[in-house]
Design a protein around this ligand. Structure first.
Ligand code: CA
Length: 253
């Protein structure tokens, strides 16, 4: 559910939108911005700074990797279009030594990079031109998800949906829903991290223990069945939302 953004250049945003007022957070989290375009980097820095994050900057992949090792940021905002080694290469290298959450910034229309980035372990993405407010929201959401992953959860509740993991039982508004093991596993994977975008490949990986599917489009067929069972309106899905050109995400409200 990525709505089409009107073509607006970043300069316009910088002038028309004052950065949001400082919002206090429990502990100061730090963000590393890897972006070669200095005006965009500074704009993102200002917004994250005012949102209460400690921010450092790197203009290429090498210094981005070096800064990750020295500064140990809580989150990285990574532009994929970098001179020299690009963002995809940096991400690949980064994942060899760090699980730090990463929000990638991709060029408009570049769905391949987006999918590859997510599969290399990026946590979310924004598409240029983006609103800095949207980026701050993504950074917050990604940090929130990382914080709650560690607990030993047996029951997950998202909206009206309840998943009883040991019993593999699903309920919507208290009414049992009959999901196959594969469908349950897919819903569980997405609902465990509401708001996170999953590519078809990632969803395929998630069900490999349950079923043998040979290609990504099989996921679409499963999603269709899940929606039929879960969604009040299939024409306007509320829970399992399509992310055009990328995959799916479970609603996070
Ligand atoms: Ca760039």
């Amino acid at each position: 559910m990525i709505s089409s953004t009107p073509m607006v250049n970043m300069g316009w945003y910088a002038q028309a939108h004052e950065p949001p007022a400082h919002e206090p957070i429990a502990a100061v989290k730090t963000a590393l911005i890897v972006e070669d375009d200095q005006s965009i980097a500074r704009l993102i820095r200002d917004y994250l700074d005012r949102a209460g994050y400690g921010v450092s900057l790197a203009a290429d992949a090498e210094s981005g990797l070096a800064r990750t090792r020295t500064d140990k940021p809580d989150v990285i905002v990574l532009d994929l279009g970098l001179p020299g080694r690009d963002g995809i290469e940096m991400l690949r290298e980064l994942r060899r030594f760090s699980n730090v959450p990463v929000v990638i910034v991709t060029a408009r229309g570049d769905e391949t990079d987006r999918v590859v980035g997510l599969e290399l372990g990026a946590d979310d993405y924004v598409v240029k031109p983006f609103s800095p407010r949207e980026l701050v929201a993504r950074v917050r959401a990604v940090l929130r998800r990382t914080e709650r992953v560690e607990t030993d959860i047996e029951v997950i509740r998202v909206g009206d949906l309840t998943l009883d993991i040991p019993r593999m039982r699903a309920e919507m508004k208290g009414e049992p829903i009959d999901l196959t093991p594969t469908e349950f596993q897919l819903v569980l994977t997405m609902a465990s991290q509401p708001g996170r975008v999953f590519t078809r490949n990632q969803l395929l990986d998630a069900v490999h223990g349950v079923a043998f599917e040979s290609y990504e489009r099989a996921i679409d067929a499963h999603i269709k069945n899940i929606r039929r069972k879960l969604e009040p309106s299939q024409a306007d899905p509320h829970y399992v939302v399509t992310v055009y050109g990328v995959g799916y995400r479970f609603c996070d409200d």
